[in-house]
Design a protein around this ligand. Structure first.
Ligand code: PHE
Ligand code: NA
Length: 501
């Protein structure tokens, strides 16, 4: 049958979309806090090692599978080797979980973009965020919908629906071609402004002063790997899907290097911008940066930053640009996740593009509104993030590398595939990294993480709560993957599929 897949119309379109997926909330609100908590300047060592030994190799693996088997993750894995379909669904399931809370953060950013114009958050930014805005309650399941959050969430999901319905070239590519250059300009402006604030240098000192003893802590290493996976959008089935829309002649590895470099640059730049701004804050308060509170997670962007912005001359402009950057970065990543989910459903159930987009958007929007615009949203988000990223995706990467290299022995085929289309050639060391170093290292880290979570729980939360949003969520994703694999293929499961080149 003739191949009728929508494609990126040019390589730049693919690269911009892949950068759009990679550069996201992970760079702006996840990285600076994680780096600061995990050894500061010393964190750059595990971070760079994770990038070179696992990040880029797995990015290439995602690209190779997607481009060779030309389908979203479940079908691509199935075409590689039938039983591997379940792995594809597991990855897409994790992506779905992430999308549900990621959308909430994009929605908050949208609200704060509006609030920044008149610094609506006032003096008590913590009270405003958790009280007036989120209306956070105890860790319990709540059914009270908070309209200040629900309205921007609905807007975000509606926009996602439109982009997905338009498809790869007319929707996703177009949004990225416009948003990513805008984001780069906005962000550079922010960083330059931050660096010219009094106290900026102290902030950079605080971020980059190495705490070498952190390197002895295995949890620091797992944070580095988890950050790289999340940040590069790898082992989620998302880059498999993006690569599947590349045309036959596509320089895959060179594009991958550009994307990885852009993402890490953006991450380090975000760290610099965020900590320069915090340095200014500490300077205003006449305290040391280390004595500031709320330097990680959502609190950093939605509590600490608003407080700093209020103190800055011309702070509302800075605030508007900052939250606009969060929206642009987050939205383009969210699109990639949902495209992965929608394309998988489309292929398995033989749906049209618009039907799949509608089904996926409605289901995920409902879940994200139910979970995250209620008063229990903030805590659920943190727990889900922790388990999806430090456990789920690490497991996904282990299974993926072992299955490809050892179980189905596709390492060499995929290496040759990449080399046949790309100018940057991949050596045998790639298979060594994927087959030995990556899984061995990840297994050690995962075991350590599991032991910590089982013996110490998570953040002092009640056991049933962690059981539900942490372990329960993971169990549900695995169950869903098994069930989806078992369902019959209504879509394209062409036995005569022929791989490129
Ligand atoms: N890479 C994105 C970020 O850094 C998040 C993401 C994760 C996107 C997984 C796609 C898949 O924010
Ligand atoms: Na990223």
């Amino acid at each position: 049958a003739a191949e009728q897949r929508d494609t990126w119309t040019h390589n730049t379109g693919f690269i911009l979309a892949a950068i759009g997926s990679a550069v996201g909330l992970g760079n702006i609100w996840r990285f600076p806090g994680v780096a600061y908590e995990s050894g500061g300047g010393a964190f750059l060592i595990p971070y760079l090692l994770a990038l070179l030994t696992a990040g880029i190799p797995i990015l290439f693996l995602d690209y190779a599978i997607g481009h060779r088997y030309r389908a979203a993750a479940p079908l691509a894995y199935r075409r590689m080797a039938k039983p591997a379909e379940t792995l594809g669904w597991f990855q897409i399931g994790l992506s779905f979980v992430i999308a549900v809370y990621y959308a909430a953060v994009v929605a908050w950013s949208l609200s704060y973009f509006v609030y920044a114009f008149d610094l609506r958050w006032g003096e008590d930014t913590l009270g405003f965020f958790t009280g007036e805005y989120l209306q956070v309650g105890d860790p319990e399941i709540s059914t009270t919908i908070v309209s200040s959050v629900a309205i921007p969430l609905v807007l975000v999901w509606a926009a996602i629906l439109v982009v997905l319905a338009l498809g790869v070239s007319r929707g996703v590519q177009r949004v990225n071609v416009i948003f990513i250059p805008l984001l780069v300009v906005a962000f550079l402006g922010l960083v330059i402004r931050a660096l010219t604030l009094p106290g900026a240098a102290d902030g950079l000192d605080a971020l980059f002063t190495p705490n070498w003893s952190a390197l002895l802590d295995l949890n620091v290493w797992i944070s580095a790997y988890a950050q790289i996976f999340f940040s590069l959008s790898i082992a989620f089935g998302i880059m498999v899907t993006y690569a599947s829309f590349q045309r036959r002649k596509a320089n895959m590895t060179s594009s991958g290097l550009v994307v990885a470099f852009a993402n890490s640059s953006f991450e380090i730049l975000a760290g610099i911008g965020v900590f320069a701004t915090l340095g200014f804050f500490a300077h205003q308060q006449q305290v040391a940066v280390a004595d500031l509170e709320g330097l990680t997670g959502p609190i950093l962007s939605f509590v600490t930053f608003p407080a700093v912005i209020s103190e800055m001359p011309g702070g509302n402009i800075f605030g508007v640009v900052f939250f606009a950057a969060l929206v642009l970065a987050g939205f383009t990543s969210l699109i990639s996740i949902l495209l992965g989910v929608a394309a998988s459903m489309q292929e398995k159930f033989g749906l049209g593009r618009r039907t799949a987009a509608l089904a996926v958007a409605v289901v995920s929007a409902s879940i994200s509104i139910a979970l995250f615009s209620t008063t229990s949203g903030l805590l659920a988000l943190d727990t889900v993030d922790q388990f999806a990223n430090n456990v789920g995706i690490v497991l996904s990467a282990i299974v993926m590398t072992v299955v490809v290299v050892w179980v189905f022995r596709r390492g060499e085929v995929l290496r040759q595939h990449l080399n046949a289309v790309s100018t940057f050639k991949v050596g045998r060391v790639w298979i060594f990294l994927l087959g030995l170093l990556v899984p061995a290292f990840l297994v050690v880290m995962l075991v350590q993480k599991l032991i910590t979570l089982v013996t110490e729980g998570y953040e002092g939360l009640p056991g049933w709560y962690v059981g539900l949003f942490g372990w329960g969520m993971l169990a549900l994703v695995i169950l869903a993957a098994v069930v989806l694999t078992a369902l019959p293929w209504k879509g394209r499961d062409d036995p005569d599929f022929r791989a490129w080149p």
